[in-house]
Design a protein around this ligand. Sequence first.
Ligand code: F6R
Length: 609
Amino acid sequence: MCGIVGYIGKNEAVPVLLNGLSKLEYRGYDSSGMAVHDGNGLNVRKFKGRLSVLEEDLQKNPITSHIGIGHTRWATHGEPSTVNAHPHMDEQGNIAVIHNGILENYMQLKEWLIEEHNVKFLSETDTEVIVHLVHHFYDGDLLDAVTKAVEKMEGAYAIGVICKEEPDKIVAVRKDSPLIVGRGNGENYLASDIPAILKYTKEVYLIENDETVVLTQDSIAIYDSLMQKVERDIYEVTWTADAAEKEGYAHFTLKEIYEQPKGISETIKRRLTYDDEIFFEGVHLTKEDLEKFTKIYIVACGTAYHAGLVGKRAIESLAGVPVQVDIASEFRYSNNFIDENTLFIAVSQSGETLDTLQSLREAKRRGARIMSIVNVVGSSVSRESDDVLYTWAGPEIGVASTKAFTTQLTMFYLLAMYMGKLLGQLDDAKYAEILSELKNIPDQLAEFLEDITEIQHLADSQFNNESVFFMGRAVDVDISFESSLKLKEISYINSFAIAAGELKHGTIALIEEGTLVMALATQKGLFDKMLSNIKEVKARGAYVVAVTQYGGSEIEKVADSVIRIPQCSDLLAPLLSIVPMQLFAYYVSVARGNDVDKPRNLAKSVTVE
Ligand code: F6R
């Protein structure tokens, strides 16, 4: 939702904070700010708008400092504005706070501070309550004051606090919002996410819920909720800072689309034994366990939910087990039938999406076995799961999820095959056939990505459309949903996805001369039916782009344009058909002059309900 960063050490704080914020902008970018101790007291700079506004200010009026905290915001309480930007300060300007998350009881606390202590609030944020609380409890000991403030706080937060009187420390607390600490040499770091500090260190402490950290130049102390010191192992980051750089690509989104062959291949490779058996490290899912499960739920949001839809089809067809897929924000408020005979699978790139996390907790409370498919190592979803299947996509920075999606699909195929084999639903020959095809996908995709001029031309000729329809049948419906989401979030075009068979039940009324219809036709048994649907919309004037690996010249006669994906089975087609759709969305967004990596109103990780 927002990104927080902190630095204390022998070097200049401002460049480190700015660099960290630039890596966290994907989490929010409607305003940014920082507070540093300049030797005399706290110096705060904050502005509405992109980080560049803050950067320009700091270039014009530089500050020398060795300790500071920074924030990049995605507004929740209070509109994006300079006054609502973080850090927030107490009335005397002695304490500064940055916060990622939502304080649920902020109204009560605010009233209490105003009525009982005559505090004057400047902003509309929940965060400002925190700094006044810390000030209220401050009596010469920042750690003690923060601890007392936190006792009063309900909700989700990762906070960083500095104080004029104690320029040698940063105090930070985590509850339900991500927080990591980086260990340097004579300097230490604080951040919402690893890319923010990767330029400086690969030695990271993953901070757990209800833990407090005190960073000084030479020490890092972690405390549990009872303020007992905690020993924590260092997590060595295995990827390089380059992984979080654009490396010559115009945007992270494009780079990440191109990283998909590698991500898929890594996800597969790390799960195969030398004799091609699927092996999930640390996961003990036996035949007896699987036979015990009477229900399997897949729960996720957005793109991860779409991966779940494809996952359901894979598990049902390869393992013969019925699966229900739910949108996480709906899950807790619908009649679901979770008990100890349920396998609950959460899917999340970030592992921090609050709706997904809360659904997981609810399922856990009711006794379900919790499995998760997650990209970010050490994230909340992974830490709260019984079994974790990490996708190996590497850091995904572009707000629109691309490589996380295809690695989630890959993981679902592996899981479905694993379950199918264990349950005796998938014989050795079929298993070997699917696995061999799956292993070949990265090469096919890499070859496909070598020449994408047709998709670029299509985007260049179609970027002015006001609405776009995606349609398909069976798993192509799921990919239509994902394609449509991709297009709307980065191009801002009103797009719809529909099961092609549903067209005639209403939506076809919207088709008129020139309406762009993207028709996914990757399912052999349904190909003729898709041809009929294409003809139906053509007859009403639509401009149809078909995406398929089938059909010879037949489809060329019917559709206006055909995007050919590499030859593949119906089962694995989603891994290939989504990629031209991602590229189409990308190039339409570029043609419309949008900020592809940071589309308006969105944030990478949604840590509010
Ligand atoms: C779309 C997108 C979002 C996320 C959703 C879940 O491109 O990125 O729809 O997929 O917010 O996020 P995670 O996977 O982090 O739980």
